[in-house]
Ligand binder design. Structure first.
Ligand SMILES: [Zn+2]
Length: 493
């Protein structure tokens, strides 16, 4: 494999050179994972939390992103012991819903990025490769234990808009920071994710806040049912209050004379500490005049009124809901996918599989100058990294470790804005990791990682797709190392 140090110096030539490496890596792959950076959100016109935090009024409030994403429980009754560590949900609910409400509204109003349509084409190509190799195995050897088909594609992202999840179904998608569309009980009374109506938008006022205005008919924000003791007590109180409230039932308009019997007796009020039940309609308010001849039946619909509080509350305990956004974390199921893929790549191939994989890429057998062992084909893995972001350094480091885990059968294609950091493929402790992975000392990530420079993720994916689709035009020349070198490394005269 051509070493990265040999990359052409001219930017346009270098871009094309690495695009061809990338397009070939995708073409040959049997497993793919795609990482999508938050950067795609701002490219599509959505509000990024990082940008929002540094703009007024949130920059003057002084809360940190950790406080906005805190998973600590909503605990106003404990008081604030250390204000710098308290979640904004507890300290300042209007600011909490204003901040995330802005992000939520921009996500809900935004059209899906067309980039996903191109990603689907890459994924489907890799899945077809995988399926063909799996079928070849089945034809070759029907006696031994059948290998599991397993997953061949995975998408993981620091985006919180859930568009990948919605558009890439049924492909496995992991959201490393959670989803802005989902809500959790602020008190953690249960782990159920709760949704808002998709038409709903937060009414963020010009000051950047969502004020607590309860517009539920018959209740006010200071109503006792909004007060809260504990999850269980909350449910008990809510049910108790519900019992004392008028229930929807037919209102029978009767003659005032008969209605007088329903008035509470004087002694009743002393026995019960709670307010006496109100009659659905006070007979005293009946218009004077002759009683109607027929009975008129009406229905009160208190419970059917829409709940339209601007600060959403938990369905179960009525504590405030928090947005399901967490500190970035790579989930276990993705790590399992990588481990499983790495094991599959090390499996010896059947002759039918060798023939099939060789046919996919005509370089494996035509280059006779290389030792035979190195020309033997194997299944391949590709990691497509869309965007490079120093804020998610840990994710990029994890991706490099993934390439090492594939032991020469995995490649990383990074689409990023031109920068020295984006072109550098290393991390602290790489040597000890190399030893742990039992990799040869000569193993260099530079031979397996390619940075395709582009001004935006969108443009980078489009460029790569064009190169991928035109592959038949350039692959023969590309696979001929002499021709390749003549084109990209012309001898200086
Ligand atoms: Zn709850």
């Amino acid at each position: 494999m051509q070493k990265k140090a040999d990359a052409p110096q001219d930017p346009a030539m270098r871009r094309e050179y690495f695009q061809k490496f990338g397009a070939s890596a995708i073409n040959d792959a049997h497993f793919i994972s795609i990482y999508i950076d938050e950067q795609l959100a701002s490219e599509c016109g959505m509000i990024s939390p990082t940008q929002l935090l540094s703009s007024p009024p949130y920059n003057t409030l002084g809360y940190t992103i950790q406080q906005y994403t805190s998973t600590a429980q909503y605990t106003p009754e404990l008081g604030i012991t250390d204000a710098t560590k308290q979640p904004v949900l507890t300290l300042n609910r209007p600011a909490f819903y204003g901040f995330w409400g802005n992000v939520f509204n921009s996500v809900m109003d935004n059209k899906p990025a067309e980039t996903y349509q191109l990603l689907i084409q890459f994924i489907e190509h890799v899945q077809a490769n995988n399926e063909a190799v799996y079928k070849a195995w089945m034809q070759e050897d029907q006696n031994t234990k059948q290998p599991k088909a397993g997953l061949s594609s995975f998408v993981f992202t620091t985006l919180t808009d859930s568009q990948a999840k919605l558009l890439l179904k049924p492909i496995e998608v992991a959201e490393l920071q959670g989803s802005i569309r989902k809500f959790l009980c602020g008190r953690g009374c249960c782990a159920d994710l709760q949704d808002l109506n998709s038409e709903y938008r937060f009414p963020v006022n010009p000051r950047g806040f969502v004020e607590s205005v309860a517009t539920r008919v018959g209740q006010d924000i200071v109503d006792p049912s909004y007060g809260f003791k504990s999850p269980l007590q909350g449910i008990i109180d809510r049910e108790t209050i519900a019992l004392t409230k008028p229930k929807p039932k037919p209102v029978i308009v009767e003659k005032p004379k008969e209605a007088k019997k329903e008035k509470p007796k004087e002694g009743d009020a002393e026995k019960k500490p709670k307010k006496p039940k109100k009659a659905p309609l006070d007979p005293a308010l009946y218009p004077a005049g002759p009683a109607p001849e027929k009975l008129i039946i009406k229905t009160l619909q208190l419970s059917a009124q829409p709940v339209t509080e601007t600060q959403p509350v938990c369905t179960f305990c009525q504590a405030p809901l928090r947005f399901n956004i967490q500190p970035c974390k790579i989930p276990t199921n993705y790590k399992q996918f990588i481990t499983q893929t790495s094991k599959t790549l090390q499996l010896p191939l059947q002759p039918a599989q060798v023939t099939l994989i060789s046919a996919q890429h005509n370089n494996y057998q035509t280059n006779k100058s290389q030792p035979v062992a190195k020309t033997l084909p194997s299944q391949k893995f590709v990691l497509l990294e869309l965007g490079y972001n120093t804020a998610f350094k840990k994710v990029h480091e994890e991706n490099l470790k993934t390439v090492m885990q594939m032991k020469g059968n995995g490649f990383l294609v990074r689409i990023a804005k031109p920068s020295d950091e984006a072109r550098t493929f290393t991390f602290d402790g790489i040597d000890s990791y190399k030893t742990n992975m039992q990799l040869d000392a000569s193993f260099s990530l530079d031979n397996y990682c390619y940075c395709v420079e582009a001004d935006s993720i969108r443009q980078g994916v489009i460029d790569l797709m064009e190169m991928f689709k035109d592959r038949y035009l350039w692959i023969a020349e590309w696979d001929d190392l002499k021709k390749r070198n003549d084109k990209y490394f012309p001898k200086k005269k």
